[in-house]
Design a protein around this ligand. Structure first.
Ligand code: ATP
Ligand code: MG
Length: 443
């Protein structure tokens, strides 16, 4: 291996260290055919064309890239002229999407913006970048990227890798290193702190000491990030297949409390240990599902992440009277509302979340029509999965879970018998409908 030895602190260096084809392991056989098509056509059109970002990093690591992004000196309109299957997207910064069936290859024009001289770049008082839309050359494009390992360019002209920042060596050493001065880069975009955690967890990289050091101190900057962006980032963090490790690192770096302040508080409350167990079990579970390519839902993830504060809030509401279900629904509404100040929770998730949590108390009722109806409820599956999780943490009697597990596999007559219902006579003949037991008011 002939690593590029450039110091990441040399922001502004304009000549890359070039790793020739024989000195790296990226083979075109591992690059998507469609990405290759785009790269070659750009080149035939007289433009520079590079594979860039996560795909180069992943290929060097022998990992299958999620997607293939391309960087070029062609302007978006010029890209569009080369491809019929191309759409220009984005108002703030225009990108070309070249579509091949289900695969979209994103083609971005080199961007400048690494130095303050450009008046098209707008920063707020805290140094956060609000707008940077100036086209540039590759040696400008590189400095606005986040980590050295994300700033490698694979050149389709001769299959070499262009390395301006020492990223090649860092990938080899499995180190995540911010390009330039870490504090400045985190202030420009605080989400980079979360990205550091995400990549460290996903790739098993360590975070370089000078890139790690400012995180705990700068963590409060996340409060200034739009909650909708944090929701997207949160899903990537926890549903990327390494959620448990992400959680540990977020806690370690003081970031978890910035995203989920109420959950963070619950973790040091009276039920803190049980909550910690629930979080860990659920995240390990989600990671296993992702590894098996099974679907994972944001609703379940939110239930897990917000269960601590919701449970506490529900207990308070219960003291004011009403049913367990009402208290849980009300607690969910309140906690979600407060959580929205940090991380957006779209209604399409908060509605189902409230429903699945409000069903929790109903599992204790095994007999009668209400038990049967619970089984048929559209949120039964999610609520049942959550019940299983709670039982694993000692919050719920394991017998109860066993019963609800067994009852799902019974034929309908056995099930009716088990629930104390009469044999079905064709129509709805449930004469043994139990009187709804109202919880006595506590006040
Ligand atoms: P993944 O495997 O998760 O897709 P990725 O490295 O491709 O990882 P993306 O979020 O797809 O990450 O971004 C593509 C590239 O854009 C990154 O590799 C990085 O060079 C650059 N980038 C993305 N977000 C930022 C950011 N917040 N600050 C600086 N550069 C960024
Ligand atoms: Mg990517």
């Amino acid at each position: 291996m002939n690593p590029a030895q450039l110091d990441g602190s040399q922001a502004g260096a304009t000549s890359p260290s070039i790793v020739a084809r024989p000195d790296h392991n990226i083979s075109r056989a591992n690059i998507s055919r469609n990405a290759l098509k785009v790269l070659y056509r750009l080149r035939e059109g007289g433009f520079q064309a590079f594979l860039v970002g996560g795909s180069v990093r992943d290929l060097l690591l022998g990992v299958t890239p999620k997607d293939f992004d391309i960087a070029t000196d062609a302007h978006p309109e010029q890209v569009a002229e080369l491809f019929r299957n191309c759409r220009l997207i984005g108002r703030r910064f225009r990108l070309a999407h070249v579509r091949f069936g289900r695969e979209i290859i994103e083609v971005a024009t080199f961007r400048a913006g690494g130095d303050e001289a450009h008046d098209d770049r707008v920063q707020d008082d805290a140094g956060r970048i609000l707008r940077d839309n100036v086209y540039g050359s590759i040696d400008e494009d590189v400095w606005r990227r986040d980590f050295t390992s994300n700033a490698l360019y694979y050149n389709i002209a001769d299959f070499s890798i262009w390395d301006f920042t020492g990223g090649f060596q860092d990938v080899h050493d499995r180190v995540l290193r911010l390009i330039g001065d870490p504090e400045t880069r985190y202030r420009e975009d605080p989400v980079r702190m979360l990205r550091a955690i995400r990549f460290a967890a996903k790739l098993g990289f360590s975070i370089a000491p000078d890139s790690a050091a400012p995180i705990a101190r700068l963590a409060p900057l996340l409060a200034e990030v739009p909650p909708a962006r944090l929701f997207d980032e949160m899903l990537k963090l926890f549903q990327g297949g390494h959620g448990l490790r992400v959680y540990e690192l977020l806690v370690q770096y003081g970031l978890f409390g910035q995203l989920f302040p109420h959950t963070h508080a619950s973790l040091s409350g009276p039920h803190g240990d049980a909550l910690e167990k629930l979080l860990r079990l659920a995240l390990a579970n989600t990671d296993a599902r992702v590894a098996e390519d099974k679907p994972v839902t944001p609703t379940f993830l939110l239930a897990v992440l917000l269960w601590g504060p919701i449970r506490e809030r529900a207990a308070l509401l219960l003291e004011e009277g009403g049913s367990d279900a009402d208290a849980l629904a009300g607690g969910t509404t309140e906690v979600v509302l407060e959580q929205l100040e940090r991380v957006t929770i779209p209604r399409r998730f908060s509605g189902p979340l409230r429903e699945m949590l409000a069903l929790q108390p109903r599992f204790s009722q095994r007999r009668g029509v209400r038990a049967m109806r619970l089984l048929e409820h559209k949120r039964f599956r999610a609520a049942y999965d959550f019940l299983v999780l709670r039982a694993e943490c000692g919050e719920v009697d394991p017998d109860l879970v066993e019963w609800w597990t067994a009852v799902q596999d019974m034929d309908s007559e056995t099930r009716r018998k088990e629930m104390g219902l009469r044999r079905s006579s064709g129509k709805s003949g449930d004469s043994r409908r139990p009187r709804s037991r109202r919880r006595s008011r506590a006040d």
